[in-house]
Write a protein that binds this ligand. Structure first.
Ligand code: PMP
Length: 407
């Protein structure tokens, strides 16, 4: 296979040729949201210009074309995840909505006072708060499984916390703060060994690691299209068909019904039962284009490139005085979170911004995790399929200047 040509790849991303604060843009916030290749932008544009209509309604040709483009995107997601059945793919707004759907429609009905939902200390708020909402309604509680100082899940503690009251487990595949890659295949086996359903938050995984939901066998897996180089506004829930068949609707409205009368209504087939109202039709079609794009480059090639960039960035940042990297698990990908002695993360990001460098600061929607590391906030550089050594050199050069200024 030809070597991964990152400069050619960069040429596919119009925004990477722009400037920020008069400097060439160095975009190191891909974990928050990925930039979009031209083919995704063009697909949106072309769909609106040539094929747009509402779906599943019209007999007219245009609506049928829109419907088949939308349906084809669902098949692409199915193939991308190696799902057994296209009916197991539910489109949502984002990963967050997908988890809320599972919490409200699947978990709520199974929870009684004193029941437990097991998560980990490294979860994004999206995999904590939806469970808290249903826990508050039902009298259940959230149990966090602890992690090490390196940012690894402590497997024995995780297992210990699965008890007779554990009714649901939610685990992140790749931490958006630590970069830790959790052993999700093993966690699913453990959960199922105890008869507990498990949801995998793959929001930071699908863009780095090939996913086979049949091999993984989780009950639920969620991700957001916008982190997979697709447009914002589209998320995916993969759920086993038997669960979707048994679950009550999450939202009511058009498209999710079979019949409606004032005496009562009946529900559409899955997955439509969970897709009330007009979806982000163009966004879904463009997510299909994003999947084609990523598959065209090859996830293995992308992962190899990103691993090289992460190793390079880690070596370089460790040379900056006063920097402490948060998340040093051996199984790690794509993100480099750090704190700097005596410098507020906000000041780091502000200084980097002046140099045209985009990094994220704050708690990254993981406040319990920051508490675990005794931090209120941190800074995070994250790597994508278009990240270069030059990006990292510029970033680390700026960090050295920050370190000097604040010393
Ligand atoms: N889980 C993880 C691990 C994430 O990184 C994110 C996005 N920061 C989410 C869930 C939520 O994704 P979204 O905001 O697209 O719903």
């Amino acid at each position: 296979a030809p070597a991964y040509d990152v400069m050619r790849v960069r040429g596919d991303f119009p925004i990477l040729g722009t400037r920020m604060n008069g400097r060439p843009l160095v975009y190191l916030d891909t974990a928050a949201s990925a930039q979009k290749p031209r083919v995704v932008i063009e697909t949106l544009k072309r769909f609106y210009e040539e094929d747009y209509a509402n779906i599943h309604r019209g007999v007219y040709d245009l609506s049928q074309r829109a419907t088949s483009a939308h349906d084809e995107a669902r098949r692409k997601v199915q193939r991308f995840l190696n799902a057994a059945d296209w009916r197991e793919i539910v489109f949502t707004r984002n990963a967050t909505e997908a988890i809320n759907l599972v919490a409200a429609s699947f978990a709520r009905g199974r929870l009684e006072p004193g029941d437990e939902i097991l998560v980990t200390e490294m979860e994004h708020h999206a995999n904590i708060v939806p469970w808290q909402l249903v826990a508050a309604e039902t009298g259940a509680r959230i149990v966090p499984a602890p992690i090490t100082d390196a940012g690894e899940l402590i497997l024995e503690s995780f297992i210990e916390r699965i008890g007779p009251r554990t009714k649901m487990i939610g685990v992140v595949w790749v931490s958006n703060v630590l970069g830790t890659v959790n052993p999700v295949h093993e966690l699913v086996r453990i959960a199922h060994g105890r008869g507990v359903p498990i949801l995998i938050d793959a929001a930071q995984a699908v863009q780095h690691i090939p996913v086979d939901v049949q091999a993984l066998d989780a009950d639920f897996l969620v991700f957001s299209g916008h982190k997979l180089y697709g447009p914002s506004g589209v998320g995916v829930l993969h759920a086993k068909a038997k669960h979707l068949e048994a679950m009550p609707p999450y939202q009511g409205g058009g498209d999710m019904i079979e019949t409606v009368s004032f005496k009562g209504s009946t529900w559409n087939e899955i997955p439509f039962k969970f897709e009330a109202g007009t979806p982000d039709i163009a966004g879904i079609v463009a997510l299909g284009a994003a999947i084609d794009y990523v598959e065209g480059l090859g996830l293995d090639a992308i992962a190899a490139h990103e691993a090289e960039m992460l190793a390079y960035a880690t070596r370089a940042i460790n040379q900056v005085p006063g920097v402490r990297v948060i998340g040093t698990a051996p199984e790690k990908c794509s993100v480099l979170t750090f704190a700097m002695d005596g410098v507020h993360p906000q000041d780091i990001a502000t200084m980097l911004d002046l140099d045209g460098i985009a990094v994220r600061t704050g708690h990254h929607c993981a406040m319990p995790l920051h508490e675990r590391f005794g931090l209120a906030a941190s800074a995070r550089a994250s790597i994508g399929l278009y990240t270069t050594q030059e990006d990292i050199d510029a970033f680390v050069r700026s960090l050295h200047r920050v370190a000097e200024m604040f010393r």
